[in-house]
Design a protein around this ligand. Structure first.
Ligand SMILES: O=C(O)CCC(=O)C(=O)O
Ligand SMILES: [Fe+2]
Length: 282
């Protein structure tokens, strides 16, 4: 139950064909776009910047899942989307408490029942036999502490999604190598590089990551967010958009006319209709 646990894994939302097509589109995109971040590449504000993945956000299965989890037909798309390529991660929440004063909601909203902002995590490769997928802390959306709550690793396969409350503590791949059995050999290798060749740890880490990235399937992921059409979701959308604009160093706020129309045709409400305060600020 997403209400009590703060997350839910849903199998086979996207087909093998759709994932194949997405991998190709995302890989091509990052050939000459994206920001360097977390030892990989990231595209913030991808719902606006990366129009080729627009179909994902109003895919019939995706909307059916969100309507079911939010418990009503009226749902809102926040315009949040981050796409990642080969990135590493650490424990955090996506409520913006680490980004701005009061977080994206403007205040700590951990005990608020109506605060229902749900993020989709879509990994474009299998994570059932490695530790490069999503790890969450069960029930941690109910409190501010990041390191509290039972740790659960989600063995997703490409095409599955995880939907989680943005207040939930979670992390993606933390180690440069996502296989526990290879962690020790990797450490030995790294120490050898540091000692014998006098390569500093941060450089040897980057060097080894580049090699592992070539050996294993390219780790690609897409995150995007919906919510109940209320003030919590609007505040999240506006403040998270500020974060995306800071990162991109631009003022591109609005969805493409095609994406916007597709949402309207599917009766999805849009947080961008409340973005006028962002225009006045820019
Ligand atoms: O790298 C991952 O898999 C997690 C990314 C994440 O948590 C985020 O984009 O907020
Ligand atoms: Fe996150």
């Amino acid at each position: 139950m997403i209400n009590s646990d703060g997350f839910v894994l849903i199998r086979d939302v996207f087909s093998g064909e759709e994932i194949k097509r997405l991998r190709k589109t995302v890989k091509t995109y990052f050939r000459n776009k994206g920001l360097l971040a977390n030892s990989g590449l990231t595209q913030p504000n991808a719902a606006v910047e990366f129009t080729d993945i627009g179909w994902l956000f109003y895919h019939p299965k995706m909307l059916a899942v969100m309507r079911q989890l939010l418990g009503q037909k009226d749902i809102m798309f926040t315009s949040h989307c981050d796409v990642h390529c080969r990135t590493l991660s650490a424990w955090h929440k996506d409520d913006g408490m680490g980004v701005m004063e009061g977080g994206y909601f403007g205040f700590p909203a951990y005990d608020q029942q109506d605060c229902r902002v749900y993020k989709v995590a879509l990994y474009l490769q299998d994570h059932d036999n490695n530790t490069g997928g999503l790890t969450v802390r069960k029930g941690s959306h109910k409190f501010s502490e990041i390191h509290q709550g039972e740790e659960v690793y989600l063995k997703t396969k490409a095409g599955d999604i995880v939907v989680f409350d943005v207040r939930l503590s979670h992390t993606g791949q933390q180690d440069i190598i996502p296989f526990p059995s290879l962690q020790k050999p990797n450490l030995i290798l790294q120490k050898a590089l540091n000692k014998s060749l006098k390569i500093p740890p941060n450089k040897s880490q980057k060097y080894l990551k580049d090699i592992y990235d070539k050996l294993f399937v390219e780790r690609l992921s897409i995150f995007f967010t919906y919510g109940l059409p209320n003030d919590y979701t609007k505040a999240f959308a506006i403040n998270n958009m500020k974060r995306q604009l800071w990162q991109n160093k631009n003022t591109n706020i609005f969805l493409s006319p095609e994406t916007r129309q597709a949402f309207i045709n599917n009766n999805v409400l849009l947080a961008e209709d409340y973005f006028s305060e962002l225009i006045n600020e820019n």
